[in-house]
Design a protein around this ligand. Structure first.
Ligand SMILES: *Cc1c(COP(=O)(O)O)cnc(C)c1O
Length: 237
């Protein structure tokens, strides 16, 4: 893909974001995360030149490699880990990621807290909530969110910045819209909690195929891959 083609893709995404936002009554803005998983550093470089600073990766090793490649070329890149994180890999990402979107267990929160304490930093996290009607995806149950946040309140080196969700894998927009509505409702409920490490700002929902619906339903952070970079050879979620 040429830089010119990517420029067109990105402006189209921005246009569609604007369209969706215009259907809302609040004046919040939406953050675009370019999901660069499986794509090479040349593609990230092009997106960076076009002005993108937030990149999403779903594999720890791939994130590390890209982080190292850009660490003294494009220091203002913000890396987002959007895929499942195993506790034994936590150490590798602490201090490198701007935001982890996939907190899905107390065990993981505990390890992130421990490693962040060692590294003398605070790690920003989104709780991944399982909003889809399928049972194959990661994430905690919607009804467990409040308890989960309370159970995390003792961890001093994490900051809970919000929620992330992936809608059902269907073409039925009604089903997708309901999934997003559910997440928005939980988000608003959780936001009222005042535990020590809660600082809700982000509701990360919407991908290439459904971000317009997500924005209409209140998303303020979308994760877009193929609509920017083109089709991936394989689909890793
Ligand atoms: C791959 C991925 C995306 C981006 O998917 P596209 O359909 O290419 O936009 C978003 N979120 C997560 C969690 C992903 O794994």
């Amino acid at each position: 893909m040429t830089k010119q083609e990517m420029t067109i893709n990105i402006s189209q995404v921005h246009q569609e974001m604007q369209n969706a936002l215009s259907k809302r009554t609040d004046s919040e803005s939406v953050k675009l995360i370019a999901v660069s998983k499986t794509f090479g550093v040349d593609m990230i470089e092009k997106a960076y030149e076009i002005g993108i600073r937030d990149f999403g990766e779903n594999k720890v090793q791939e994130l590390e490699e890209k982080y190292n490649y850009f660490s003294n070329k494009a220091e203002d890149i913000r890396w987002h880990l959007i895929g499942h994180l195993q506790t034994n890999k936590v150490k590798k990402v602490i201090g490198k990621v701007y935001l982890i979107h996939s907190l899905d267990s107390i065990k993981l929160a505990e390890e992130i807290d421990k490693q962040s304490q060692k590294a003398k930093c605070i790690t920003n996290l989104l709780i991944q909530v399982n909003i889809s009607s399928e049972d194959t995806k990661f994430g905690i149950n919607p009804s467990d969110c409040i308890e989960f946040i309370k159970a995390c309140s003792g961890f001093k080196n994490i900051s809970l910045k919000g929620l992330m969700g992936i809608a059902s894998n269907t073409k039925d927009t009604c089903v997708i819209r309901e999934d997003f509505r559910k997440l928005k409702q939980i988000y608003e409920e959780c936001k009222t909690l005042s535990t020590s490490n809660i600082d809700f700002q982000y509701i990360s929902m919407g991908m290439s195929n459904d971000f317009e619906t997500a924005i209409e339903e209140g998303s303020n952070m979308i994760r877009v891959g193929s609509k920017i970079f083109g089709k991936r050879n394989y689909n890793l979620i």
